[in-house]
Design a binder for this molecule. Structure first.
Ligand SMILES: *Cc1c(COP(=O)(O)O)cnc(C)c1O
Length: 420
């Protein structure tokens, strides 16, 4: 604690001189030793996001759109763009404005199938958006009205597909049933300069079969409506890696998608798109939290369900953890759960999170793989939600872009169900 006190004083004096913001750290250990942070700290790993972007840009057999909702950090948007991610999947007018102002040369694709007319108008006229998704005739008519009958539209009809292979369903809310899609596809074909079909298999899809099955529905839709399709958009869902959730390597997804796409009744010039959110951003952030109190194996920490740990609380996601500081080399032998800082009982992350037996108040824990749907979920509820952020240069706790994970040849895994 004495070390922490002097670090805090140093910290304050550095802050006064305004030079602290310029200082970055190698890793979470170095940072906590130097700063003893009292509020949660988000660590950015630009190199990890660059590596993910390069992988999609070079290996995906089509165009990769970044799904901005996974992590709208302007620093992340800029570095993805520099690595060649030129198209962005946006789903609200604020995301449209954010990406248009951050990356004026980016191509914006408005992939939310239910929008207000005012929002479509602003997106089209003020921000140059030409790509819109839809799943109803109502929405088609709205788009026609709001754009003044524009003739330069790319319209992507969202169809409903199964979510059975994914950890998080996106199956019930949006998408027209294939057997009811004929009229919509035919009418959209008449309005659109380019017509696409899109879907979302659900987030963290644990097998490439999710995409193969969904693409078979695209085939049925094309055949039943007898239309020409210019774009097939396989959406997001590409997995990252978490405790108990090690997916097959991404190249298996890419090759399964490529093979099935090539076999569709589409023209030679048809384009293949995807919209990864999680896979491009998961490795970008981790989080340092402080243990404020320990009661049995419940740790009261300073971030939680209304902050960066929304998924850990609300869908029981188990993120990887490590204890920082002196006890950090002891075996992670004990199962803990976490309480976040707000006064709400629901601010609870059940885990279990594996850490050494001797965790105590004042310790710091790093929680990994929070770049996707982590920092994006933060609120100010109950006066919490303040956070610092720093760049670090060490590796994320896990990566699907290095070593074995880059080409896991374990074929069994390719067809197994998650968490079974
Ligand atoms: C959320 C979303 C994505 C990104 O999904 P991930 O599972 O994070 O890859 C892509 N497209 C649409 C339409 C979405 O709603």
């Amino acid at each position: 604690m004495a070390a922490c006190e002097s670090a805090r004083q140093l910290n304050r004096s550095l802050n006064l001189r305004g030079s602290l913001e310029l200082h970055n750290f190698y890793d979470s250990q170095e940072l906590t030793k130097a700063l003893c942070p009292d509020i949660p700290v988000l660590l950015n790993r630009p190199h990890a996001a660059r590596r993910a972007a390069r992988y999609f840009v070079e290996q995906f057999p089509g165009k990769s759109l970044y799904a901005v909702k996974a992590n709208p950090s302007p620093a992340l948007l800029k570095l993805l763009f520099r690595e060649g991610v030129t198209h962005y999947d946006v789903a609200s007018i604020d995301e449209v404005r954010l990406v248009h102002s951050t990356l004026p040369d980016a191509v914006l694709c408005f992939m939310h199938p239910i929008k207000s007319e005012a929002v479509i108008r602003e997106a089209y006229h003020d921000h140059g958006v030409r790509v819109f998704s839809l799943d109803s005739i109502e929405e088609l008519e709205k788009i026609e009205r709001a754009t003044g009958g524009a003739e330069d539209l790319t319209l992507c009809v969202r169809i409903k597909v199964a979510s059975e292979f994914a950890q998080i369903s996106l199956a019930s809310k949006f998408g027209v049933e294939v057997d009811q899609s004929v009229e919509l596809l035919q009418r959209a074909r008449q309005v659109a300069d380019e017509l696409g079909i899109c879907f979302h298999v659900g987030s963290q899809a644990m097998t490439p079969l999710a995409y193969v099955h969904a693409l078979e529905r695209v085939r049925t839709a094309i055949v039943e409506a007898s239309i020409t399709v210019d774009i097939v958009n396989v959406g997001g869902g590409f997995p990252s890696i978490y405790p108990d959730m090690a997916p097959p390597s991404l190249n298996h997804y890419f090759s399964a998608i490529d093979r099935t796409f090539e076999d569709l009744p589409i023209s030679y010039s048809a384009e293949l798109w995807c919209e990864p959110g999680r896979a491009l951003s998961a490795e970008y952030n981790s989080l340092i939290v402080k243990v404020e109190q320990r009661r049995g194996n419940e740790l009261y920490i300073n971030d939680g369900a209304y902050g960066t740990l929304f998924d850990a609380a609300h869908i029981g996601w188990r993120f990887p953890v490590q204890l920082l500081g002196d006890g950090s080399d002891h075996a992670a032998s004990t199962e803990y759960s976490f309480y976040g800082p707000t006064c709400d009982d629901m601010d609870h992350m059940a885990g279990p999170f594996m850490l050494p037996a001797d965790v105590k108040a004042g310790d710091y824990i790093e929680i990994g793989m929070l770049g996707a749907y982590g920092s994006a979920m933060r609120t100010k509820f109950n006066g919490y939600g303040s956070i610092d952020d720093y760049d670090v240069t060490d590796e994320p706790m896990a990566s699907v872009y290095v070593g074995d994970n880059l080409d896991r040849t374990d074929r069994e895994n390719v067809v197994s169900f998650p968490g079974a």
